[in-house]
Ligand binder design. Structure first.
Ligand code: SF4
Ligand code: SF4
Length: 118
């Protein structure tokens, strides 16, 4: 449960740590083995991931323009309503696959994926 005490919102992180569907078997993977992947079509920029991640992987910011233009019209509209804000992963290489973000996201927008081999 130590990870749950390191996030920006320890209370929320603690609740996520106790979630029965947290992908705990991946807990404490070496940094860089898994990456959080955000489905921008689901993300509503609510920043729960920012609050619970013990390794400061996320920030909420403007979606990349090219990525935005490539989305279907309905998803573009949804993002536009949210100021084109989405979860970004500028420090994805620090992820240790603790799974807190996966269960904390209210939109089920995050999955952990094995990092591509170098
Ligand atoms: S990925 Fe989920 S928790 Fe993170 S900002 Fe988007 S909706 Fe919020
Ligand atoms: S799984 Fe990775 S990105 Fe998600 S909260 Fe844990 S360390 Fe952060």
């Amino acid at each position: 449960m130590a990870d749950a005490q390191k996030g920006k919102n320890p209370e929320k992180a603690k609740r996520a740590a106790a979630h029965p569907e947290r992908p705990g078997e991946l807990c404490k993977a070496p940094a860089g083995k898994f990456l959080p992947v955000v489905d921008v079509r689901r993300c509503e920029g609510k920043a729960d991931c920012v609050e619970v991640c013990p390794y400061d992987v996320f920030e909420v910011g403007a979606i990349d323009d090219a990525e935005y233009r490539a989305l279907p019209a309905l998803n573009r509209l949804k993002l536009w309503v949210h100021g084109k804000k989405t979860a970004l992963t500028p420090r994805a290489s620090a992820c240790q696959a603790c799974g807190l973000c996966v269960v904390a996201c209210p939109e089920q927008a995050i999955v952990l994926a094995p990092a591509p081999l170098e």
